[in-house]
Design a protein. Sequence first.
Length: 305
Amino acid sequence: MILDILPLVREMAPGLLDAAGGSVACVSTTRPKYLVFRHGADAFPVCVVERGESRRLTRTEHVLSTLSAAIPGTVPTVISCGPSRDSGYVLIQEGLPGVPWFRVADRMSHASDWRRLLDRSLDTLNALHGAVRALPSWNGTVDLAIELARQATRATQNGVALSATIWRRVREATEAKHAPLQSWWQHGDFSLNNLLVGDARLGIIDFDEFGRTMMPLHDAFGLALSFVLSQPRASIPSRSALIAECAARSAAAGQIDPALRPALLLHHLLVRINDCHGSARRAPLRRTLLEWAEHLSEAPGEFLS
């Protein structure tokens, strides 16, 4: 499949590659994506190619086109999107400068290095949410109790044995009868793994889950926990400190009652647990997330302090 990527780029993005051609690397997570480099020594790809179903890729094209116009250089622009002669529906987006966080992690030996990355990540998250908030169609309300119950039910259907304590927290959210929360579409998987670290700015990639939830603080929690999961070492703040800071500095912080944070975090963890369903590779992550959900439900004050 890699062999036909360069001809595909020449077909759908004439002039992007020079006569010398280029090289291709495949990154396979949920769906394979092909990174195209003009020259072997290039620091970042000239474009990223993805094949798939037209409806999904057309939606991604709209999301990227909208956000890249609002925060250029942070979200990749679309180079081409449409049917090809032989490869079905194709999306080609620009490659952003920057490298994955783990390429710079070895040089980040001090707490101040991680602090700077956290600060830059939060600034980038708030820039993204600012762009999303500017679009009325990407804003709305969400019912925490309904969505929490939905995720808990889905987890049970997926074979996850949730404790009685978790279910009690779900019932408490229902009985509290909170008004629907004002919010906006979330990235859905805002984490270190989906950030590219550049000198001037951070780039955001992987918008496959964009808009799947508008639960407040979902992205802030995702960022905080990605630091914990990727670098469980003394040079980063504690889990509770990361959660507290990301939540407090989120664009949604002033609108959300701090008393709701345990329920909002439980919702986030249940979503992530459900994302792991059916993936043997993600089984260890699911166990960790479930342990956190149990601890949070048993002793929310202890978990968050």
